[in-house]
Write a protein of this length. Structure first.
Length: 118
């Protein structure tokens, strides 16, 4: 089993940046795709980006491409989400997830809160 722990959330003013981390432990060899999602109050959870653990291929939701960047450090078993030019509408709980493909995730972290003030 893989355990995922997110960190790096917090409060920031609009226009600022944050980098989220997702540290994986356990049977990390089973991770094939890692993804970041977010859920704002009263809204459904939405996909942000994914990265293949082996090859590093990335995929983004169109409207966040250019502001958010996903990356991974295989030596540290950690996936990152660099978020720039943050807007109040980016306020949400951010989750990382692991799964067999970028379309399927079966393991989730506990989430980290990001609050962007205007």
């Amino acid at each position: 089993q893989v355990q995922l722990v997110e960190s790096g959330g917090g409060s920031v003013q609009a226009g600022g940046s944050l980098r989220l981390s997702c540290a994986a432990s356990g049977r990390t060899f089973s991770m094939l795709s890692m993804g970041w999602f977010r859920q704002a109050p009263g809204k459904e959870r939405e996909f942000i980006a994914s990265i293949s653990w082996s090859g590093g291929d990335t995929y983004y939701v169109d409207y966040l491409k250019g502001r958010f960047t996903i990356s991974r450090d295989k030596a540290k078993n950690t996936v990152y989400l660099q978020m720039n030019s943050l807007k109040p509408e980016d306020t949400a709980v951010y989750y990382c997830a692991s799964g067999p493909t970028r379309m399927s995730y079966n393991l989730w972290g506990q989430g980290t809160q990001v609050t962007v003030s205007s």
